[in-house]
Structures are given as C-alpha cells and as structure tokens.
Design a protein around this ligand. Structure first.
Ligand code: GLC
Length: 845
C-alpha cells in the first residue's frame, strides 16, 4: 500500500493518506532555531539545544491521535437560524469543530495532503466544505516558526469561521518537564500583550528566565480572546479533551441545560463555566502556573462560497517582547512571508545545485538530487539529538563520531558550516588525542556518553578521535583550505578557571589522534576496544581489541599520508607509511578466520566474529573495512565480501552480523539486550551498508555496489510501506533483519550516519566523482548495464558538466577524459579557476 508519492519536480514527497503506520516528519529551521513537524501538524521546536531550550511539548511516545506541540482548530457556524438559537447568536450547539490537520479531532476528511518539502511542510486538507492550506517553515536566519494558513469556503453556502491556533509549551529543560511535576508547574507563566491593532501576543517563560528570554505566539489578525492555561482551555478540570476542548465547545451538561434539561450534577466548575455564557470567546486566561498553552481566537467572519481568509501565526523566541516586536510586525505582512518562503527555496536551489545527477535509475536520482543531501543537512544540524526516536532529553548531545561523519555529507554544499562544526568537535578532543564522546551544543560541556553507565569498563570509545581525521581531510580536499591546519584550537581539559590547559594547531590535533591509537594497543598489537568502537553495543572487558578500529586507523593513516605528501612533508609521510605497514601486518597475521575477518579479540584472547563462535560469527564491518583501509590483499578482500554476501545479505539490506545473540549476556554488553534481528544484534543497521558499497566499488564490482545501493533506497520502499513503515524519503537507521518475525520493518529514520555515507557511496564511489588534493577525480564504478550517466558538480568555484559514457558495458575503468574538448592524462581533472567546463569521460580498459 502507498501512503503518498514523490513529486520530483517540486522536490516534495506528498503524503495522501494521513494514517501512516508511524508519524512521518520533516525538519524546519536549523539547530539555532527549529525542529520537526509531523505530517499531522504536531511540532517539536527548540532553540540551540533540545535539552536545555525546548519550546513545545511534543511527547513522541503518545498515540498518533494525540495532540503534540501545536495544532489548529477551525470552528464553523452556519448563519442560518436554528430553532434553539436566536438569529446570529453563537451557540455551541451548532458549532462544528475540527482540525484541518486531522489531529486531534480526527474528523473524516475529503482531502488530505501533507507536502513534505525542503525546509517546509504544507498541509492541504478539505473537511466539511472548508479547504485549508497551511505552510509551515522557519525563515532563513530567523528565530520563529511561521504558519501561513489560507482557509477557503469550497461549499456553496456562506459559512462563519473561527480559527484557533494552539501551541503547548514545555519547560525549556525538557527532561525536568517529564521528571519534576512540582518545580516545573510552579514556574511556568504566560502573559498577554494587547496591541492597538487588535493583534495580541501571548508571551511565555519559566519565572527564572523572565528577564532573559521569552517565547511568544502571535498572529497577524485581530484576536478577540485567548487562553494560556490548559486547564481553562480544555475545561471541566481537564475532563474536556484536546479532541473536544470545552473552551471551544462548551460543556455538554451546560448545553443540555440550555435546552431545558436539568443538570445531572452541578459542580462548582460547571457553574462557573455556565456563568460565562456561551462559548463564543475563550476564557482570557493568563496562566500563573501549570501547563501553559497559547490559544488565540480569530473570528474570521462569514466566508462566502470560494472566499479565502488568511492568517499567519508566529511562534518565536526573543530576549523580550519589545525586542521581538519589529520582526513580529515584519512577518505579519504576507508579502514578507512570501519573500521569506522564496528565499528558503533559493537557499535549497543553491544547496542542491552543487551536485545534480542524471542516471538511468530514477530512485537514485530522486535521492541524490534532493532527499539524500537534504537529510545530510539535517544530520549535520541535529547529529543524533532530536527526532521521533532520538528524543533530545538530558545529556546526549552532538556525538563526536556521528558529527565527524555527518560533516562529510555536506562538504560540497556548506563547507563553511562544516568547518565550524569540525572546529567545535576538535574543542572536545583530549590532550592525549582521544575524544570526548559527545557535547552539548549550547554549553559545549562534553561527556563520555553511555560508557559512564558501566564503572567496570573504560570510559573512551576507541574510534571517536579517528573520524575527525577523515572529516578534516575530506574538508581539505573539497576546499583546498589548508590554512585550517594552522588554526589553533584548545584541547578539552580545563583548569580551575575553566581555561583550556593546552591548545595547538588542527594538524597537531590530527597527529595526536593517530598517536593515541598507535599507543593504545593490546596483546595482538591491535587497538584496544575501549568502551566500544563504532558498534556502541559490543562492550567487552578491558583488554579487548577491535579490528574495526584497526581498519579505521589504517584508513586514517592513508589520509594522513596523502595529506603529508600534499604538504611536501616527506618525513611524516614515511612515518605514517611505517605505522600503516605495522598495523596491516598485525591485522593480517591474527585476524583472518579462513573465509572472513574476525571482528574483536576479547580480553582473554577469545575471538568474536569467527566461525568458531556460536552467535555473532560474522560481522559486516569486519569485512568492508579491511577493504576500505587497504589492509586486505585482493584475494582476501574478495573472499571477505563474498562471505559477507553469502551470510549477511537480505533483500532489505545487509545485516550487521549473524547469527543474533538470543538472550541477555552482560559479558557481551548492549548487543544482547536486543532480540535476534533487531538493531546491532543481527539487524540491518543501515549505516554499515554504504561501507560495503564503497568496498565493492574499490574492488571494481559496480553491479554489487549498485545492488546494495538500490536495495536500501527508501524511495524504492514506497510500494511496501506496510512492511517498512517509515518515511520513504529519508534513510532510516535500521530495518529488522530476517531473524526477526517483522523482517523489513524500519525504525529510527532521519538521524543516522546512513545519510552521509550513502551520499558519499553514491556520488563519490558509484558515480566516482571524488575530490582529491590535486583535482576532481572521475572514477565511476557502475552497473555494467548502464550506458553512462551525467552529473553537474561545483568544485572549488568551477562548475563541471560531466558526461560519462560506458560503450563497452563495464563496471569500472576510465579510458579517456576530455575537458572542454581537450584530452587530459589520467582521470583527475586539474583544479580550474572558476567557470563552466564540459567534461567528457569514456569508460573502457
Ligand atoms: C548509533 C550511534 C552511532 C553508533 C551506531 C552503532 O547510530 O549514534 O554513534 O556508531 O549507533 O552502534
């Protein structure tokens, strides 16, 4: 079953059935201000940090039908007099209340479309003869969410319409909101600011931030009443519900009484509410404590058939309301909102314009031209910090290894932002060269992550610091900005006054990263595992060694050698080549299991990832990474990847390992907390799949590289969503493996290293367009059936229009390259100073 379709021209995915198996979301804004909107209008918004400055209360675990963070109610009243009402009198009896976002009222709809766009979501719906189009976005560099809402009467009779947008706030300390029901509610305050124009601004803050920063919610139309106390809005001590808020409908008992029935009971609250008369207006509650909301009543008047009314709401944050006012006024003007929306579109045109492809595979084009680089933008912003699955509470922040890899997915598009993030990451590297595992983006305070949960195990991850070498070298190859290497950056350790104990150049940071791993080896001369390597969940005792880290170290050394040569530093190049040879020997001497590479040595020398094991006999990363590092000689490389294919490949992707552990075993750690087939325990952990594509491409097998690419392409899953469940427009982190009864079910969409690595695998290894220090390499490794492909790539200020032809139907090999009609030697296009260039590549032996 399909729930929607790709609209490639608009670079949208359009959801047409709102009852998707799980919420499908879209990101708006950036980490500075933004968050995500789900396809039924719910929104999780924060500024700079979801843990410490969260704005809306969005509880991801609640049922899909629940109110989450924000919604819009429409209330219609037919002006035709009814027997119960005097003419023109608003009486709750004849109100019809519904949400054009479906949730939380769940009315039957005639049309529902959620357009998932680049940095915006547009919900278009038709209920009861009312068409609503709500465009939700954060304008570039603004600290506000705009909802531009157009309401049209598509029936053939006039109808009176009220529009009531509602937001629910959280305490900015998002975890406290959930864990402290004493302090939090005593501090939450909302106030109304009334303007001469009739517009109103509801401001909200926890008491201690009153003079520092406030949230606000406002619109561009007169507001006749409001509520900011949830209790008042829902009514009847919150026995009114989000689906039927009594603030908008009146109490059923009162309605009955008005029609002459006697009240079955008459509690004080009812009498008070009754005294307020009909439900034309909200209660004008300024919350002095408790659960704070912002509900604004707009009477839009009578809409004649075909007539449209428009309101624009803003949810933002500023130091105080005076400071916020000028920009609030600016965005009340619909032309300025339209301009901001166009600027957003231009941003994405520029962003995506850096690299566009035309291959014979539609689903690949769809992902590489829009959704995949877009997801890379999201992971660059949010690391693993805020999604439907990564909830952004508490200490978890920007992951060192995660963001180092994310950076590599945005280099062509936003090198400056990538550099800023690289520098932040280097600030949490330690003097010994290892790195803190994660840091909070607002405070830059770092921590050792989950390793702190186990006192008996080491408190560092053996791979973290090595990823930054890959990120920095990729940045240098993209930009040529070697000046970065000389920038001085502090190491993480601080003195009593919070001043860094030591600072040194970026190059020094990279060198220390290498030296840390070189020194930190175990009995077989392989890197010690630390708390874990890339696979967070294999937590072995102190003394265990990691083959993954050995290979990542090998790949890092290849990069350091390349860099040293580029800097004409022969001595360093030789030194690193010697380190490389040393580790290569250790790996090949002790880690070949006969048909594949093992994955770990436990502290006592026991093998993991060997045919001698009962469970976890073979691991994916154990095979792809010796190819990426170049440690595996050709015959072992081929055999390792063939064993992987035979034992781990499925139609939904390659599993991380097999067979899965079946029962909790503290000696192996987190991996055994999952049933077989789930996540790191034999699931299809997608982040690892592009590494196999890259390994196959390095070995020249374009058919397999592409087959592995296609079998995890979410766009291809659009036809089997009932199995897959997650958004078809972004990569998920994991799919349940074939040992699990729900094989094929995806989870943890959006924030995954799969985005960056599949983008790299697709563009740099399958299409083979890869920056080097000396020029842009074109080294495709494609399915042999392809006749070729075209691509447009901006690199170092020049635009390359690349045509690749594959007349002999081979997977890999470049016979000739012409640049602007001139043949060049080899397949590296020299650095050209600006301009537009035609590159013509013919594949062949
Ligand atoms: C999660 C973590 C990542 C880790 C992976 C495998 O995606 O964010 O850091 O490498 O799981 O355990």
């Amino acid at each position: 079953m399909q729930y929607g379709y790709f609209h490639d021209e608009k670079r949208e995915y359009v959801i047409t059935n709102p009852k998707t198996p799980v919420k499908w979301i879209n990101y708006i804004g950036t980490l500075v201000f933004g968050g995500f909107v789900d396809h039924t209008g719910g929104a999780l918004i924060c500024a700079q940090d979801p843990a410490l400055n969260r704005i809306t209360k969005y509880i991801a675990q609640m049922p899909a039908s629940d109110f989450r963070g924000e919604t819009l109610y429409l209330r219609t009243l037919s002006p035709i007099p009814s027997p119960h009402q005097g003419e023109g009198r608003r009486g709750e009896g004849d109100y019809r209340l519904f949400s054009p976002y479906l949730v939380p009222t769940l009315d039957p709809y005639d049309l529902y479309e959620c357009h998932v766009g680049l940095g915006y979501t547009r919900i278009v719906s038709e209920f009861y003869g009312i068409r609503t189009e709500a465009t939700i976005f954060v304008p570039l560099d603004e600290r506000r969410v705009i909802r531009d809402i157009k309401i049209t009467n598509i029936s053939d009779a006039p109808v009176q319409v009220d529009a009531i947008p509602v937001v629910e706030y959280t305490h900015p300390d998002s975890l406290k909101q959930l864990t402290n029901a004493d302090w939090v509610p005593q501090t939450m305050v909302s106030k109304i600011v009334k303007e001469a124009s009739g517009c109103k601004i509801l401001i909200q803050y926890p008491f201690m931030l009153r003079d520092i920063r406030v949230n606000y919610f406002t619109s561009n139309a007169p507001v006749s009443s409001f509520d900011s106390d949830r209790k008042k809005f829902l009514g009847d001590n919150e026995y009114g519900t989000w689906a039927r808020p009594l603030g908008l409908l009146g109490h059923p008992e009162i309605r009955r009484a008005e029609r002459g029935a006697s009240l079955s009971h008459e509690p004080e609250t009812l009498r008070r509410e009754a005294a307020q008369g009909d439900r034309t207006e909200l209660n004008n509650s300024e919350a002095l404590r408790g659960d704070n909301i912002a509900a604004l009543m707009h009477h839009l008047g009578v809409l004649e058939p075909s007539e449209t009314k428009r309101i624009i709401t803003q949810l933002g944050q500023e130091e105080n309301v005076e400071k916020a006012l000028p920009r609030i006024q600016y965005f009340r003007d619909e032309h300025n909102v339209e301009r901001a929306f166009e600027e957003l579109a231009q941003f994405w045109d520029r962003y995506l314009g850096k690299l566009q492809v035309e291959t014979p595979d539609e689903a690949m084009n769809c992902m590489l031209n829009a959704h995949n680089p877009r997801q890379c933008h999201t992971t660059k912003n949010w690391s693993r910090y805020l999604s439907l699955y990564q909830l952004g509470y508490g200490a978890r922040g920007i992951g060192f290894r995660d963001s180092s890899q994310d950076v590599m997915g945005v280099l062509a598009q936003m090198p400056q932002e990538a550099k800023t993030l690289i520098k932040q990451l280097l600030c949490v590297q330690k003097r010994n060269g290892s790195a803190m595992h994660q840091f909070n983006p607002l405070t830059l305070a770092a921590s050792e992550g989950d390793s702190l949960e186990r006192e008996d195990l080491p408190h560092y991850y053996s791979d973290d610091h090595l990823w930054i070498i890959l990120a920095v070298c990729a940045y240098l190859k993209e930009t040529g900005d070697t000046a970065l290497l000389d920038q001085v950056i502090p190491y993480y350790e601080k003195d009593k006054n919070k001043q860094p104990l030591e600072s040194d150049t970026v190059l020094d940071h990279l060198q220390r990263a290498v030296e840390f791993t070189r020194q930190d080896v175990g009995a077989h001369g392989l890197p010690l595992l630390g708390f874990a390597d890339w696979n967070d969940t294999v937590n072995l005792r102190k003394g265990a060694e990691s083959l993954f880290t050995a290979n990542l170290y090998g790949k890092s050394l290849l990069e350091m050698i390349d860099l040293a040569r580029h800097l004409s530093d022969t001595a360093s190049a030789e030194k690193y080549a010697a380190y490389y040879a040393e580790m290569k020997e250790h790996v090949n001497q002790c880690a070949w299991d006969g048909e594949w590479y093992i994955r770990y040595f436990d502290w006592d020398g026991t093998l993991l990832g060997s045919h001698t094991n009962d469970k976890g006999q073979i691991y994916i990363n154990g095979q792809s990474w010796p190819v990426i590092s170049g440690f595996a000689e050709p015959s072992r490389a081929r055999q390792a990847l063939d064993s992987l294919r035979a034992r781990l490949n499925t139609r939904n992707g390659i599993k991380i390992s097999a067979p899965g552990f079946n029962g909790f075993d503290p000696k192996c750690g987190g991996i055994t907390t999952y049933p077989p087939g789930a996540k790191e325990n034999g699931g299809i952990f997608l982040h690892t799949n592009p590494w196999v594509m890259i390994a196959e491409a390095l070995l020249g097998n374009g058919d397999r590289a592409f087959e592995y690419y296609r079998q995890i392409n979410p766009a291809v899953k659009n036809n089997c969503i009932d199995e897959y469940e997650c958004e078809p427009y972004v990569y998920a982190q994991n799919i349940l493996g074939d040992e699990h009864p729900q094989f094929g079910l995806a989870r943890n969409s959006w924030l995954s290293g799969t985005a960056s690595w599949t983008y790299q695998a697709g563009t740099q290894y399958i299409l083979g367009i890869r920056p080097t220090f000396n020029g842009l390499m074109i080294d495709p490794c494609i399915p042999r059936v392809w006749d070729g492909f075209r691509a447009k790539r901006e690199w170092r200020g020049a635009m390359y229009h690349i045509t690749v032809e594959n007349p002999n139907h081979i997977c890999k090999g470049v016979k000739s390259v012409q640049v602007d009609g001139q043949a060049i030697e080899g397949n590296i296009i020299p650095i050209l100073n600006g301009g537009m260039h035609q590159v013509y590549v013919v594949m062949g032996a």
